[in-house]
Design a protein around this ligand. Sequence first.
Ligand code: ADP
Ligand code: MN
Ligand code: MN
Ligand code: MN
Length: 339
Amino acid sequence: MAKYVLEYLWLDGYTPVPNLRGKSQVKEFDSFPALEDLPMWGFDGSSTQQAEGGSSDCMLKPVAVYPDSARRNGAIVMCEVMMPDGETPHPTNSRATILDDPDTWFGFEQEYFLMKDGVPLGFPTGGYPGPQGEYYCGVGYKNVGGIARTIVNEHLDLCLDCGINHEGINAEVAKGQWEFQIFGKGSKRAADQIWVARYLLQRLCEEYGVDVEYHCKPIQGDWNGSGMHANFSTKYLREVGGKTYFDALMAKFGENVEEHIAVYGPDNHKRLTGLHETQSIDKFSWGVADRGASIRVPHSFAKGDKWQGYLEDRRPNSQGDPYQIASRILKTIAEVPTP
Ligand code: ADP
Ligand code: MN
Ligand code: MN
Ligand code: MN
């Protein structure tokens, strides 16, 4: 037997976007615990906007477990929040709204800023750095200066150690802005991994006195905002596809613009302006290789008139909840019958 430190993570009840919360418990196991071995746990919902003080218990139901290389015998336990009966999902439990399908694949591109003392890393005190241009995938101190690269590389290692399907990193268009990509087969799996990757990044940055800013437009003016492009494919899209089905799917996305925008992250009107590689928030469009469209159709999708593969919804923003985003995309897909 050995003692394991289990960090139970959940999403609180703050709106419009939840915060991560976590607390540790120590338990003995023969070896690294499987999901079935992990007990439910409780917390004080009155401190997380999930309950009233008079009846404050909420339950944590483990739904995924990852080894945590930063702690001795550490495990990260992603949880859903349940009502005190342990069986009914709490109203804030967005993961429980996903109609999951292991054949639906999601790839999220999480953009964010690293901030020190309220300004992006590399911004001079009291001023602005040179205009955007050389920062994207930039190299060298003047472009990605400070401890940014140390942080993003350590974050990558932590994710890989955890078994998270981290796919890569790039410095983004604005100074101090970065991106990582996570891909998962099964929408819950992909969305769980985004939340755990966010957790690892925030926890790592505590050590550096750096904050992770997920707001979609933290710097006013001619500075890119942050998105979380949602790339998705169903088995049908990957294996059958076709222009008729694609047109029907895009028509349905077009009918549901408000429903999608409602869960694509707060303040998105500040980012989806039609500038900086975005479409306006009130318009819907798709285009092959078009970074100014709501949905970008990769060349590989339209190639040979097959209309097959994955699509990129560019509207979700960096602060969005991937559970709500995936849930909404799957709902729209489910409204389109496959021939
Ligand atoms: P870009 O910045 O040009 O949009 P990225 O490489 O950053 O491209 O992101 C592409 C994303 O598409 C990745 O997250 C990847 O996992 C995802 N992706 C690739 N193939 C599929 C697929 N078949 N289904 C879902 N997502 C996919
Ligand atoms: Mn990208
Ligand atoms: Mn990007
Ligand atoms: Mn993209």
